[in-house]
Design a protein around this ligand. Structure first.
Ligand SMILES: [Ca+2]
Ligand SMILES: [Ca+2]
Ligand SMILES: [Ca+2]
Length: 158
């Protein structure tokens, strides 16, 4: 009797797991990709990726019309903190990266600050040799010294 109950418990547990595993692809399927024509030229150049809560988490955009995405934006804290990555030479590898925070900045000297993305960190491989050529970090003028010449992470952050 006891053994029977025990095995029933195990079967139930296994069944629960099976149901969870079976449900997982449906949960993932809830996250969706949307292709949009953001610039209104009739071509859907921007892909928007949503998570299972239907929150926009990243976008991939083809800015030069060659059919391959070359500008990637990841929303780290909604739209307040974003990581933007670029593939300037279209080889499928990232060669420029900017971490930006929504705030305000003075675009024209002498004029008042206006709402804008403020770069916190930028890095660039401008000759596509996989090494950092330019680096900036907000509030740290010496940061570039240690970064230039270091390997550039060419992978898209997803
Ligand atoms: Ca492109
Ligand atoms: Ca590239
Ligand atoms: Ca380089």
């Amino acid at each position: 009797m006891f053994l029977k109950k025990c095995s029933q418990g195990i079967v139930f547990t296994l069944l629960s797991f099976a149901v969870i595993l079976w449900m997982t692809p449906f949960a993932l399927a809830a996250s969706r990709v949307e292709s949009v024509d953001q610039d209104g030229d009739g071509k859907k150049e921007t892909q928007k990726f949503y998570n299972d809560k239907d929150t926009l988490v990243r976008t991939a955009k083809d800015t030069n019309g060659d059919g391959k995405p070359d500008q990637f934006t990841k929303f780290l804290k909604g739209r307040n903190l974003i990581l933007r990555e670029f593939d300037a030479n279209g080889d499928g590898k990232i060669d420029k990266r900017k971490l930006m925070e929504w705030g305000s900045r003075r675009l024209v000297p002498g004029q008042s600050e206006i709402p804008s993305y403020v770069p916190l960190q930028t890095e660039e491989d401008s000759n596509y040799d996989g090494k950092i050529d330019a680096y900036t970090e907000k509030g740290n003028k010496d940061a570039a010294k240690t970064k230039i010449g270091q390997p550039f992470n060419t992978r898209i952050s997803t």
